[in-house]
Design a protein around this ligand. Structure first.
Ligand SMILES: *Cc1c(COP(=O)(O)O)cnc(C)c1O
Length: 219
């Protein structure tokens, strides 16, 4: 049962860690069941699926967009999305800012970092993030709030490797906090940890875990 699985995970979490229930590919009825058990933070990785589900579900749900986001899709989610986790370019930030302005909102986002060994297109490295944060284009944006960082560890059974990657992300977080966000209390989130590795992520300082299959079953 979804409620029991949620409760079991919640019971192991420190107070400062937010559980995001990742409901991608799962029906609205499953989300409603989790909602009825008290869950309010949900994650989806596709904009269209997110928009369809949002329309059918209670409006006090905090929706997290956790997947890679294309610039041309930002406008569909801009009205309501609580936190965009996977921002990995200035171009995307500029578009998010523009759409947030249109909706009279300040959009909260996380910068996604590439920390795994695997080849993937997504995520910044530290020099790229510094370039972004130093740019005049970034400094002119008024409707975004960068609230922290996000990353995914390698898909491996090697726990030491996973821990190393999560600690790398925490180091990046600390570097950015000191250099750019020391005065901004809302820069406080490290989004890392999924069904297979969230206990390690929590040990490494995660503040948001994104858990799907351990709550809703396999996909
Ligand atoms: C699917 C997904 C998750 C959740 O994965 P599980 O292994 O089902 O917990 C977390 N983060 C991202 C970015 C995802 O796409």
């Amino acid at each position: 049962m979804i409620a029991e699985k949620l409760q079991k995970i919640q019971a192991t979490l420190p107070n400062n860690v937010c559980l995001i229930a990742v409901s991608k590919t799962k029906p609205v009825s499953a989300i409603q069941e989790a909602y009825d058990a008290g869950q309010r933070d949900f994650g989806e990785n596709k904009v269209q699926e997110l928009v369809e589900k949002q329309a059918q579900l209670p409006k006090d749900i905090r929706w997290h967009l956790i997947g890679h986001l294309q610039t041309n899709k930002v406008k569909y989610a801009a009205e309501f999305v609580h936190l965009i986790h996977a921002v990995d370019s200035l171009k995307l930030l500029v578009e998010i800012d523009k759409q947030a302005k249109k909706n009279g909102r300040i959009q909260k986002v996380l910068l996604q970092f590439f920390i795994a060994q695997e080849e993937t297109k997504f995520g910044l490295d530290l020099p790229e993030a510094l370039d972004l944060l130093e740019s005049s284009t970034f400094k002119a944006l008024q409707n975004i709030e960068i609230c922290g960082v996000m990353g995914m560890a390698s898909f491996t059974n090697d726990e030491q490797q996973i821990q190393k990657e999560f600690e790398h992300l925490r180091t990046i977080y600390k570097t950015l906090k000191q250099s750019y966000f020391a005065e901004q209390s809302s820069f406080s989130e490290i989004s890392m940890g999924m069904s297979g590795d969230y206990p390690i992520a929590i040990k490494s300082g995660s503040t948001m875990i994104r858990v799907g299959s351990s709550i809703f079953g396999g996909r």
